[in-house]
Design a protein around this ligand. Structure first.
Ligand SMILES: Cc1ncc(COP(=O)(O)O)c(C=O)c1O
Length: 449
């Protein structure tokens, strides 16, 4: 195990250096330095989990009383009924380092504040009301959700300012949106006259005014109207009763000139300028655009530098993941969420199998795709040359070096390629904080409607 820890540190070190030279970006500077020491200390403890080391001791002294106090304070239902010891963790599962999450939250909040924009994190990454509350406490103006059901869960847990950055289509959904708008400030995305009309009818029937933002297609070729089509639709929406058009938004991730890129600063600036330009053009024609909402984890802080951008909506930054580390957005140590999995077989000297496959790890970020060309489905801490090559539902097949010491029963810690979609596969996660280890329900998982 000592050998594994040493390898993990060396790998993290060299990868962090590589990340630093690739980007040298603002966020990395702000976020990274402070957390490295803490993260590697807790990594070392966690890696000793199966031996029941210091980590277990720290976790087990906590009382059930404290656990329920923290549950009621955060509004989170702990599935385990009190603090747990590491031995109680059953694999495969997600384990989250609480202090790393807090550092990530604080770094993005500071970056947004310095650039004078509002931060409205997307909760699709964590799906945990507790973490949404932490983001708000650190200065976020509200949250972003994709689906109404996600937003409803967050409202049930006391979140009072929600933007659904997704076109809400269908009379039934429009009625639900109008009902939700009675419980919180709700802003809804639109990109069609049909969708806007349905929302208008539902808002009128509920006797409310619903705030909407027009989605602009800025290169991802997903939802949104092309910039040149924004004015006629905006004018139509402005004439619809029950609606108030207050802003525009876009999402495109790391794109530059229409193609995936590693040049994040240029990508963010291009995104910000495009959206600030659309907002100006609309205002000139009498459309009172207040909010210009942009940004993904890789581009948000750069887009935020553009005058006219008012809000950023990163999501992944709360945990970071292997994809973001490869972008150079964060250091490996800043990846706060890991999948822990047990080696169930070593059928050949160069191959191990773990107890998690496609029911445990998301497969949407595939290996060997541009621009990142990730090798395998996750980074295995302590086995720098291992390649997480393939999965069936309940099997993960990892290629290792014959000299690697890794046997059935060993618990591996794996940083998945994409944490958002991985979180969605888990009913609960373990949060490892100074106060101990808690099992927390992923309240907004599976919210697809
Ligand atoms: C509309 C929208 N906004 C914000 C985000 C957050 O992006 P990221 O997870 O890269 O931070 C996403 C992610 O898919 C999104 O679809």
């Amino acid at each position: 195990m000592a050998q594994k820890n040493k390898r993990a540190e060396l790998q993290a070190d060299s990868e962090a250096k590589a990340a630093g030279t690739a980007q040298g970006g603002g966020f990395q500077e702000e976020a990274a330095v402070e957390t490295v020491g803490k993260a590697s200390a807790s990594e070392a403890r966690a890696a000793g989990a199966e031996q029941g080391g210091e980590f277990q001791e720290a976790a087990s002294v906590e009382t059930a009383e404290k656990a329920s106090a923290s549950r009621s304070a955060s509004g989170v239902q702990a599935a385990g009924g009190g603090f747990l010891t590491v031995r109680a963790i059953d694999t495969p599962c997600i384990v989250i380092r609480s202090d790393t999450v807090d550092a990530n939250i604080a770094a993005m909040a500071a970056a947004a504040a310095r650039r004078g924009v509002q931060l409205r994190p997307h909760v699709k990454t964590h799906k945990l009301p507790e973490l949404a509350h932490r983001q708000l406490a650190a200065g976020a103006c509200g949250i972003t959700a994709a689906k109404l059901s996600e937003a409803e869960v967050m409202a049930d847990h006391g979140i009072r300012d929600i933007f659904i950055a997704y076109p809400v289509i269908g009379a039934a959904k429009a009625e639900r949106a109008a009902r939700l708008a009675r419980r919180c400030r709700l802003v809804v995305g639109v990109d069609s006259a049909v969708g806007a009309q349905q929302l208008s009818a539902a808002a009128e029937a509920a006797d409310i005014t619903l705030e909407v933002r027009l989605e602009i297609e800025s290169g991802l070729q997903r939802t949104g109207v092309l910039p040149e089509r924004a004015l006629p639709l905006a004018e139509q929406i402005m004439r619809m009763p029950g609606l108030r058009l207050t802003g525009i938004f876009t999402y495109r991730g790391a794109l530059l000139g229409g193609a995936p890129t590693l040049e994040l600063r240029a990508a963010g600036l291009e995104e910000g300028r495009l959206m600030a330009g659309v907002a100006e053009a609309l205002r000139r024609e009498g459309v009172p655009i207040q909010d210009v909402s942009v940004g993904s984890t890789p581009t948000a802080i750069y887009a935020a530098e553009v005058p006219g951008v008012t809000e950023i909506r990163p999501g992944t930054y709360v945990f970071q993941d292997r994809m973001q580390a490869a972008f150079g957005v964060c250091r490996q140590e800043e990846c706060a969420a890991e999948v822990w999995a047990t080696v169930i077989s070593r059928p050949a000297p160069d191959r191990i199998v773990i107890d998690g496959g496609s029911k445990t790890f998301a497969t949407d970020v595939q290996p060997n795709k541009a621009p990142l060309h990730l090798e395998g489905f996750g980074r295995i801490i302590g086995l720098p040359h291992a390649v997480f090559e393939r999965m069936n539902e309940e099997h993960g097949v990892i290629l290792i070096a014959p000299e690697d010491t890794c046997e059935p029963g060993d618990v591996l810690r794996i940083v998945p390629n994409h944490i958002c979609s991985t979180m969605n596969l888990h009913n609960s996660v373990y949060i490892n904080g100074r106060e101990g280890l808690r099992q927390v329900e992923v309240a907004a998982r599976g919210c697809i409607q």
